[in-house]
Ligand binder design. Sequence first.
Ligand code: SAJ
Length: 412
Amino acid sequence: MNFDTICVVGLGYIGLPTATMFASRRKKVIGVDVNQHAVDTINRGEIHIVEPELDIAVHAAVKEGYLRATTRPEPADAFLVAVPTPFKKGADAGNIPTPDLSYIQAAADSIAPVLKKGDLVILESTSPVGATEQMAAWLAEARSDLSFPQHSGEESDIRVAHCPERVLPGRVMYELIENDRIIGGMTARCSQASAKLYKTFVRGDCITTNVRTAEMAKLTENAFRDVNIAFANELSMICDDSNIDVWELIKLANRHPRVNILQPGPGVGGHCIAVDPWFIVSGNPQKSNLIRASRNVNDYKPIWLANKIIETVGLDNPDLKICFYGASFKANIDDLRESAALIVMNKVKEKLKNPIFVVEPNLKEGGEVSGASLVEIESGKKCDVHVFLVEHEQFLGMSKPEGIVIDAKGIF
Ligand code: SAJ
């Protein structure tokens, strides 16, 4: 089967780069987003998100006529769904957050009217196990005139698969091409068709499996990181009590050929690793004790760190100026979403009335972050207390400031 026209639903951090990759391989791509501002920006050949090398690629794809954005899906040979899957606050006794599939449902509802026999629909959004089958059920409900793999197997009119995105923000344009892809079709033919589509631009291997394994593989990758970081964060709190340098400790332990501990920090931020493990826990609350405990350790770390800062500064020193270095959820990006650094800052601000400043080289100076003034490194260094929360490249080479230094990222 040929994929001449591809419709990508959701033009965010994953959808837009993916749409652009297909367009750069001279496929006709229709990008769909409910956000009119995003649509207008892309149609001008510009981008509404920050990602290295994406701007040039989008500009070329739009100017050459291969990429066009719109707010409604149009007929295509393949549909890729790359919409958010956030979680909802837990309503059960255990307060376990549950996945919110409403964006996937809205995407399915919008695609259904333009589907035709022979089309392929791929869910790329990180999803709990069963979400792809649920999407196929929503599509089937809307289009009783077409057959779907859950009822008709290999003979179905429409093919459906899950192919989770696995690219790292900041390296998306490189990793989209080079990373291996896991492809879980609802049938073998669904997998094969999807692999053929991705081979348009993927240089990594396209490995096929079933749909539930593909869903669980993505959740497993992020849960693995979360558990490993929780181990590092737990060690950091234990070491603090025993006056042991956790950075040196991990470096030494990692000299063992079969040990590879990740790095502690102020907590785990972002919209992936701090979210996805809950998709496993909410589906299997009785059996996911380790994954759940790790989430709790990583969520507790910013609270522990804030208390440490409050204790170090003391309530009787309201004149001491405090400077936080780094506000984003990880190094060398401007993304503040679910940032552990912000949780630390806000907790400290709740308790201490001291003047507070922030150095965040990835944001424009003169602004504010959580009510604290953004300043340059040199101004920050004049403060009395220095709290390092993110290992931005600008901080790595700097000399240790004078005064009290609390270093949550092991920079010094
Ligand atoms: N972090 C630590 N210690 C470490 C590594 C990370 O505290 O040793 C923290 C970071 O500071 C950050 C958080 O973890 O707050 C997550 O950062 P990250 O760089 O590890 O990952 P993300 O969330 O930017 O992207 C992850 C990636 N998943 C894996 O590496 C398994 C990416 O490949 C996925 O595509 C992405 O999630 C996603 O969309 O799910």
